[in-house]
Design a protein around this ligand. Structure first.
Ligand SMILES: [Zn+2]
Length: 71
């Protein structure tokens, strides 16, 4: 099974937990997070919600800058 990399970010990316209502963002969605926060294994999370969403941290910074210009 080569699904390991999909739960990890690469370079400037972050990954967001795919579970509805969960805003956990990090460089990796850990097995421990799935177990502690959702009482599921990563396999169960993937079946139910799909893979983590990839985010580019550069664009997150741009969003923050645009927000800061709003005053
Ligand atoms: Zn989560």
């Amino acid at each position: 099974m080569d699904e390991k990399s999909s739960w990890n970010s690469i370079g400037d990316e972050l990954v967001k937990c795919p579970v509805d209502g969960c805003d956990h963002i990090g460089h990796i969605i850990t097995k421990v997070h799935c177990r502690m926060a959702h009482n599921m294994t990563r396999g169960e999370v993937r079946k139910k919600y799909g893979m983590p969403t990839r985010l580019i941290t550069k664009s997150l910074r741009q969003v923050k800058m645009e927000g800061a210009r709003n005053d």
